[in-house]
Design a protein around this ligand. Sequence first.
Ligand SMILES: Cc1ncc(COP(=O)(O)O)c(C=O)c1O
Length: 386
Amino acid sequence: MDARDLIYMDNAATSWPKPQRVYDFMMEFYRNNGVNPGRSGFDAAISAGDLVEQTRARLNRFFHGDLPERTVFCHNATDGLNLVIHGLVSPGDHVISTCLDHNSVLRPLNVLARDGIIDVTWLEPDASGFIRPEDVRGALRENTSLVAVNHGSNVIGTVQDVAAIGGLLRDEPPLFLIDASQTAGVVPIDIRAMNVDLLVATGHKALMGPTGTGVICVREHVEIRPTRAGGTGVRSAYPYHLEEYPWRLEYGTGNLIGIAGLWAGQEWIEEQGGPAAIHAREMELAGALLGGIRDLDRVTTYCCDGLDDHLATFSLNVEGIEAMNVGIMLDVDHEIATRTGLQCAPKCHECIGTFGLHGTVRFSLGPFNTPQHIERAVEAVREIAR
Ligand SMILES: Cc1ncc(COP(=O)(O)O)c(C=O)c1O
């Protein structure tokens, strides 16, 4: 089968296809300037360094960060979240996070808790899949150093009111970290207005970059301990890792071709009218898909009765058929790609009652889905549920 015949509804895993301009720019830039940025003084190295700094500044503006140098590149959200979590917490700290978080938050925190270093409170969502901001306030302790919240669920698609949570933490000591992996690029984010201290996002989903990219925005007042050390291309005689940003959190040669992809992704997002406009188009399709399947006999959908504060991502099960098998039928019989199972978010499945069912079938739409794709998906689910 030609991959282009595939109806791709797995954009929460990674967006695909990418906009043509992303492929073109990555190829062209890397072919002409694919040398080590920031290390040498010849023209191609200067161009490569300029692209890195311009992309950094652009992403900093995109998220309304304080200073461009405090927007740093990492390899993916997992890398960024580990750097931030391990660089912030200290023995004896208490951390608040949510049951909607991804394993890239759950696991680093679980390891620290298992080893007796920190204590973690996991907040459960309400029946509609939202974290109540007042629950965050209720869980605060004197030693709470960090509140980590998944902005958009990669299982049920609910988008948390991080501005409300940030607002109530404004005069409280803990730092507020959001995992914007599912929202960056489709939900407008202003970390200053939302009173977010740290944002981590992966680059290969709605930011439209390639895999192997991610970004961390660190507000001016936040200090993160470097937990790695190595080459930065700057002040090579200094025996330790540099304290200054961005090098404080960037180690070794960066992903230049990936950063070129992030630059082109920013161009494309702007050309489309920005995150809100992209989101509105995706939600129209999500509404049509849900409308076509939610009332089918034997089909259960989760936390998507209303689509306000929602991504174009949702989960379902078909009574009597394992999620994994529904996914195989969608793929083999209908050429529709979805993701089944626990989607790296086991606590979320415990909350929605699908852990024991081995998870759900997740549909996640992207900007290149069409009304025809939706018709085919509705028909496919109808046939499987019949
Ligand atoms: C909410 C959330 N956080 C973090 C991640 C991890 O992203 P990456 O695989 O790029 O590290 C994902 C990926 O699915 C995600 O959905």
